[in-house]
Design a protein around this ligand. Structure first.
Ligand code: MN
Length: 269
């Protein structure tokens, strides 16, 4: 079945000679797992913008980065949600690869809404951001969405207008290939374009002992107190929704320039 045949009102459009309306195809993934309230909230708002399908991990896979499952086959099972949904025994990146390969013509992948911020250098570990990055590797736009969770569960009903505002802003801009969005925990003061904060890293290893006195270590987070103006962390701490355009090219252009030296001809062979 072709894409145009699926759309409602196509027969009418064909008979009138008008091009049929194109509904955006939105694939949704996350790293908190398919039963997270965050993915249900995102699917609900996204359905206002197009045709939605959820393909997400069967269990939580937070901080799994962009790992893929290459040493065994993957399988998926139909899962009862408000929209068509499939749970996968794999990573967030697996889910996006599977979803994009099995649903022809995906326009954009939305990942989230993650329970917890993905800011600054923390995005290197993020499965939420990795799902959006995996989309970009496959030539599809990716948008990662996360919300700060200070104490209780986030209030997704209260968050809905902000999610709608962000999708209204981002979805009509096909040149924006990869965007990392972070919502503040409380009411938002508005949206802000930001850069990734890279000066500090909040990961830390904390030694401890178990009830039997054996030593172990927890990978934990320590608060970053100093934030640079205009960064994602700075904006979220001040109650704004931070939207950071990202790219996958990690080349250090200045180092490359330095090592290559001046342009050809200016340097002895
Ligand atoms: Mn997560």
């Amino acid at each position: 079945m072709t894409r145009t045949e699926r759309n409602s009102g196509d027969r009418e459009a064909l008979s009138s000679g008008r091009p049929p309306p194109q509904r955006m195809r939105i694939l949704i993934a996350n790293d908190d797992g398919i039963y997270s309230p965050g993915i249900a909230a995102l699917a609900e708002v996204a359905a206002e913008f197009g045709e939605v399908r959820v393909v997400a991990p069967d269990v939580e896979r937070s901080a799994s980065g962009q790992a893929i499952t290459a040493n065994r086959p993957l399988s998926w099972k139909r899962t009862p949600l408000a929209v068509e949904a499939w749970r996968v025994d794999g990573t967030p990146a697996d889910c996006v690869a599977l979803g994009v390969s099995q649903w022809h013509g995906v326009d954009v992948v939305l990942s989230g809404i993650n329970l917890g911020s993905n800011l600054g250098n923390g995005i290197w570990h993020s499965g939420t951001v990795a799902a959006a990055k995996q989309a970009v590797l496959l030539g599809v736009r990716g948008i990662a969405l996360s919300v700060a969770v200070p104490e209780d569960e986030p209030d997704f009903a209260a968050l809905r207008p902000s999610v709608r505002e962000v999708l209204s802003l981002l979805l009509p801009q096909p040149e924006l290939m990869l965007v990392n969005v972070n919502f503040p925990s409380g009411p938002s003061k508005g949206v802000m374009w930001t850069r990734q904060s890279v000066r500090h890293y909040d990961g830390a290893v904390l030694p401890g002992t178990d009830p039997l006195g054996r030593h172990h270590f927890w990978f934990t987070l320590r608060p970053v107190v100093e934030t640079d103006e205009g960064t994602d962390r700075w904006a979220v701490e001040r109650g704004y929704v931070a939207m950071t355009p990202l790219r996958l090219d990690l080349t250090d252009e200045r180092a490359l320039q330095r090592m290559r030296g001046p342009p050809d001809g200016a340097r002895p062979a």
